[in-house]
Write a protein that binds this ligand. Structure first.
Ligand SMILES: Cc1ncc(COP(=O)(O)O)c(C=O)c1O
Length: 411
């Protein structure tokens, strides 16, 4: 029997500012089609398709057997912070003290902690567009205002010094920079970061959140670069975020980390201590094994993804109406589909937007892709090529067939 005294739930006002992940809705629809026997290939989710390497799994077993199953320090064990410190020194020439390092349940939580700790109502957070949707939603959730800066495909979807200068105001609190990027795979060279650093040098109120989660999945000839290392003057106001999810096939283990000034890190730990107490002790032990383990694991993953990137971009560019830039890194392509919009499906439905196109591809071709609108840039869609070669070939074939079946003129 229901409780007749219960009033309807009134949600907090902040809930009107935040949207659920649209991507997850699409993934759920793909799963429900599969559950009724439909043959659906999902290229929607941003996670490597391989299992966590064995030596990392072993480290978790050992941790469990050794009784490493209790709460840990709220923002990470000493052992993991030391492994992270070594990682930053080894790979980025960045030196941090342990109290300048914070471990969270995924990079996403680290980003949330940082923004929740620093953003006041109305503070502005600059986010280049297309963007990883959580930057925008987290900013809104904590009361900030995302300032979306449109980048251009002809500039490789990169923020330029001019665009950055124009976006900064006295209310700017953060710039979030993601390289290599989700969804475009674009990566900034050290020179490009230096040019942005010059602008940032003139605006000391702006903090920088460098989201380097795809650091190891960079295929371009240029070495990976991050702002705090490129311009040491910025280190005092930069949070460099990274994690084990993407490079070590550990999305489900939920370990991410950030390194930056101690005062910021301390306030992030306060938030985390009240929300999750600490990240999983077992996952932290596994993350130590990942960071201190053999580099060959990442090298193999990178060359697999590089092969797939070349395959997918070549095949997509053969499809009429699709044009796809070759990304520098990550495991996404972000093709432009604007030339097929305005056409009609065999059932007579007009594909007005990229969202319509994504639905058509899912329902009629059995391929789940994410519309560009979810990343703030309509007229595109995102494919995650973290799937095996046969599936990728089959998906592109299905997309080609589905687009060839469209009729009517888009001009
Ligand atoms: C750009 C970017 N940052 C952060 C994350 C979150 O990673 P994690 O699994 O460590 O929370 C993702 C995951 O898709 C991402 O694409």
């Amino acid at each position: 029997m229901g409780d007749s005294t219960a009033l309807p739930l009134r949600l907090a006002r902040r809930m009107s500012r935040v949207a659920p992940s649209p991507m997850l809705a699409l993934v759920a629809r793909a799963a429900s089609l599969r559950s009724v026997g439909r043959d659906v290939i999902s290229l929607a989710l941003g996670e490597p398709d391989c299992d966590t390497p064995t030596h990392i799994q072993e480290a978790a077993f050992i941790a469990m057997r050794n009784g490493d199953t209790h709460y840990t320090a709220s923002d990470g064990t000493k052992a993991l912070k030391e492994a992270i410190r070594r990682k930053f020194e080894r790979e980025n020439s960045l030196t941090f003290a342990l109290n300048e390092i914070s471990v969270g349940s995924g990079a996403k939580q680290v980003i949330y902690n940082a923004l929740a700790a620093t953003v006041d109502e109305g503070d502005e957070v600059i986010v280049p567009l297309p963007y990883y949707p959580s930057y925008v939603e987290i900013t809104r959730l904590v009361g900030g205002e995302p300032i979306l800066v449109h980048t251009q495909p002809q500039n490789g979807f990169k923020l330029t010094p001019e665009l950055l200068e124009r976006a900064i105001t006295t209310r700017t609190k953060w710039l979030i920079l993601n390289s290599p990027s989700n969804p475009t795979g674009t990566a900034y060279s050290a020179g490009e970061l230096r040019a942005l650093a010059e602008v940032l040098g003139r605006h000391p109120q702006v903090w920088i959140l460098a989201d380097d989660i795809y650091e190891h999945l960079l295929f371009a000839d240029q070495p990976f670069a991050t702002l705090a290392a490129v311009d040491s003057r910025l280190k005092a106001r930069t949070l460099t975020v990274n994690g084990v999810s993407k490079a070590y096939c550990m999305t489900g283990w939920r370990i991410g980390y950030g390194a930056g000034p101690a005062a910021l890190i301390a306030s992030m730990a306060t938030i985390q201590s009240q929300i999750t107490s600490c990240p999983s002790s077992i996952s932290q032990a596994a993350a130590c094994a990942a960071l201190d383990g053999p580099a060959g694991v990442i090298d193999r993953l990178r060359s697999t993804f590089r092969f797939r990137r070349d395959l997918v971009t070549t095949e997509l560019n053969r499809i009429r109406g699709i044009s796809c830039a070759v990304p520098d890194g990550a495991f996404y392509v972000f093709p432009n589909c604007s030339r097929v919009l305005g056409r009609y499906s065999p059932a007579g439905r007009e594909l007005v937007t990229d969202v319509d196109l994504a639905h058509y591809l899912l329902e009629d071709a059995g391929v789940a892709v994410v519309p560009g609108s979810d990343f703030g840039m309509p007229g595109h869609f995102r494919i995650s090529y973290a799937a095996d070669e046969a599936l990728l070939r089959e998906s592109v074939k299905r997309i080609d067939l589905a687009l060839s079946a469209l009729h009517g003129d888009s001009s």
